[in-house]
Design a protein around this ligand. Structure first.
Ligand SMILES: Nc1ncnc2c1ncn2[C@@H]1O[C@H](COP(=O)(O)OP(=O)(O)OP(=O)(O)O)[C@@H](O)[C@H]1O
Ligand SMILES: CC(=O)N[C@H]1[C@@H]2OC[C@@H](O2)[C@@H](O)[C@@H]1O[C@H](C)C(=O)O
Length: 396
């Protein structure tokens, strides 16, 4: 037996594993690194986050990814070069984290890498009748494995697509395994670039879980801030708070065809971008709106869409647990709270033991754990997708 297979076998049969979960999302703000101690699997998963950090990307890295991110046309040579480069870069960031945390790399069982989504293309978002759902993540895992010396499990989304899904959201599995409750109805709401939720009815099975992207979380606001303020985001909603919501623009934005699709559905900045905003401004005669009013309206758009779906799903008393960078946006949170029905309570995911900024990285640690020790393939009614996802890269 190859020594790597043997080590993987040992990892899979140990009572607990150390798994590093990685996520670099659509906001391009950095790499989330969560060192997780995991035991069990499926509904029996037990997980504690031993250490977590976000390695902020310097502007030069953001610029590199932006060259190809969500673009219809890219320089193929550049993309080819970026793919291994980003894997090596992620590997170096992990090495730095382990050094800082004084963790011996040999104690890590596997790294779970999401990679960087550069284009998400569900069927409803493209016009090529001969092609189905597709998504593309880069930052090749072989390069992470070689740079760190740690076996890396990655590219989780392709199996989801191969089995009939859209490749996202994958949160439904981790959310169901870790957060499902027999005591209360729960909604796990993640507000990153894109907002998504997982509805976990009290005592429900995977079949009962509803998980879907909803639309923009921060992506439109971030794009606007980058274009007009040269800033990555509207810190503490300072700009949006000075503006007034413009209902004509809000209604024009709400006409975006994605919003009319039934759940589950997925999307990304390929749709929710400044071109969409410009079209909505043209259609609503609001091209002259102040930056502050545009930002207030974009925030209200995210809030309205998020609250509408939560209200529709949460027919009875329900607790909403929030994660993602959007939890730091006071205006967005207050706008959502105002719109929620009174039987819905909203808090951050840390009350359930997972820091809001770490939740997506933790999810990928759970999916890698499932890849290693998952016993059976559970099917979810909403997507008939297997949960054994991920490809294995060895260190040499
Ligand atoms: N202090 C703050 N004030 C306002 N907004 C903030 C603050 N901190 C973070 N954010 C928002 O959170 C965003 C980052 O969120 P997050 O890291 O969850 O996104 P992501 O994981 O890249 O996206 P996705 O989940 O869609 O892949 C920032 O771009 C910003 O919009
Ligand atoms: C294609 C892709 O990278 N999608 C991300 C993105 O970020 C949020 C939302 O859009 C979600 O669908 C997904 O990530 C999370 C981790 C998921 O799959 O659940």
């Amino acid at each position: 037996m190859h020594s790597h297979i043997k080590k993987l076998y040992q990892s899979a049969t140990k009572p607990e594993r150390l798994i590093i979960g990685l996520m670099s999302g659509t906001s391009l703000d950095g790499l989330d690194v969560a060192l997780c101690r995991v035991s069990g699997n499926g509904r029996g998963t037990e997980l504690t986050v031993q250490a977590f950090t976000t390695c902020d990307y310097p502007q030069s890295v953001k610029d590199k990814i932006s060259q190809v991110f969500a673009k219809q046309t890219v320089n193929l040579e550049y993309l080819t070069l970026l793919n291994p480069w980003l894997g090596q870069y992620h590997g170096q960031l992990i090495n730095q984290c382990l050094m800082r945390w004084q963790v011996d790399p040999h104690t890590i069982d596997v790294i779970a890498s999401h990679g960087q989504t550069i284009f998400h293309c569900p069927q409803h978002q493209h016009d090529y009748t001969e092609f189905a759902n597709a998504t593309l993540q880069i930052g090749d895992a072989d390069h992470i494995a070689v740079a760190t010396g740690i076996t890396t499990i990655a590219d989780f989304r392709q199996k989801h697509i191969a089995a009939g899904g859209e490749g996202a959201p994958l949160a439904q599995y981790g959310d169901y395994y870790y957060f499902a409750s027999n005591e209360e109805n729960r909604i796990l709401l993640n507000m990153g670039g894109i907002a998504n939720l997982t509805f976990l009815p009290k005592g429900g099975q995977l079949d009962d879980v509803i998980c879907s992207d909803l639309g923009p979380g921060n992506t439109l606001m971030d794009a606007y801030m980058r274009a007009y303020y040269g800033k990555p985001f509207d810190e503490n909603a300072a700009v949006a708070m000075q503006g007034k919501v413009n209902s004509a623009l809000l209604n024009a934005l709400l006409e975006t065809s994605f919003f009319a699709l039934d759940l589950p559905k997925t999307t990304g900045p390929e749709v929710f971008n400044l071109a969409l905003l410009k079209r909505a401004q043209r259609n609503s005669n609001t091209l002259e709106l102040s930056h502050q009013d545009v930002m207030a309206t974009l925030s209200a758009l995210s809030a309205q869409v998020i609250a509408k779906h939560i209200n529709a799903l949460a027919k009875h008393s329900t607790s909403v647990y929030c994660s993602g960078g959007g939890v730091h946006n006071v205006l967005l949170i207050n706008q959502i709270k105002k719109l929620l029905s009174t039987h819905i309570k909203m808090q951050n995911s840390d009350v359930l033991g997972v820091h809001p900024d770490a939740k997506e990285a933790v999810l990928f640690a759970m999916l890698a754990n499932e890849c290693l020790v998952g016993e059976c393939i559970e099917q979810s009614a909403q997507s008939s997708v297997s949960v054994t996802m991920g490809k294995v890269s060895f260190a040499d």
